[in-house]
Ligand binder design. Structure first.
Ligand SMILES: [Zn+2]
Length: 241
């Protein structure tokens, strides 16, 4: 079983697409038809698997992502961290950003198989994610600390998850570049249930600090930029496969 990247490793995506166009007419036709349905050409080509006889082996060309805005819907019973001075709650910011991420991923040809905010992490979140067939799991949060100077973006992964590090690294870099937040890097966390209990590679994105003046203004005013950055991180990961 091969896919476009394993077959032609080292070539640019454009060069690889040219090879497919010339040598694999049935595969090429499939890619064009997927494009008509709104799927990104590079994304389809990256995820499609086919053999040397131009036969498609794995027709499912979409990466599947399960999204989890942190904490409880409307803060009941768990709002996450709060910035009382600004009247902002982590649960609302996480929900806003995650819903936008879902839209951008769908537009990019990534299948969002779940977008669940719940305090029932065992059933509604991890249980549903494990039953969903998702390739990756992404939980979205804001950070908070007693010292208001603490700021920046970090992405938590389960220790030893190489895919988590890779996916998290792409998301981390996109957020830091787009929002100009401090790069706190990848953090290894073995105590976070959503990272530990999910079957698929999982990341928990701490977008920025709700407790820091500059960060919280970005969380309030630039949710769309956070969402676009997270979605680009996912598509960077897909294109790296
Ligand atoms: Zn949180």
């Amino acid at each position: 079983m091969v896919d476009i990247h394993n077959k032609n490793e080292g070539l640019s995506l454009k060069a690889q697409l040219q090879i497919v166009k010339e040598a694999y007419p049935k595969v090429w036709q499939y890619i064009l038809e997927a494009e008509k349905r709104g799927h990104d050409r590079a994304m389809t080509a990256t995820l499609l698997q086919y053999d040397d006889d131009d036969e498609i082996i794995k027709e499912d060309d979409q990466m599947k992502v399960f999204l989890n805005p942190g904490h409880s819907p409307d803060g009941r019973p768990d709002s996450g961290a709060c910035n009382y001075a600004m009247d902002l709650r982590e649960c609302d910011i996480a929900k806003t950003i995650t819903d936008l991420v879902a839209g951008y991923l769908t537009a990019a040809g990534v299948q969002v198989v779940g977008n669940v905010q719940s305090d029932d992490l065992v059933g509604d979140v991890v249980g549903a994610a494990n039953a969903s067939g998702a390739d990756v799991f992404i939980s979205i949060h804001c950070n908070s600390f007693a010292n208001p100077n603490a700021n920046g973006t970090e992405t938590c992964v389960y220790p030893g998850s190489s895919v988590g590090v890779k996916l998290g690294g792409y998301i981390q870099r996109q957020i830091v570049e787009a929002l100009d937040t401090t790069d706190r890097g990848i953090k290894y966390r073995d105590g976070l249930y959503v990272l530990r209990a999910t079957d698929m590679p999982a990341v928990l994105v701490e977008t920025a600090f709700i407790s820091n003046g500059e960060d919280v203004a970005k969380l309030r005013d630039q949710a769309d930029e956070f969402a676009r950055a997270i979605a680009r991180g996912v598509t960077d990961y897909v294109c790296s496969l």
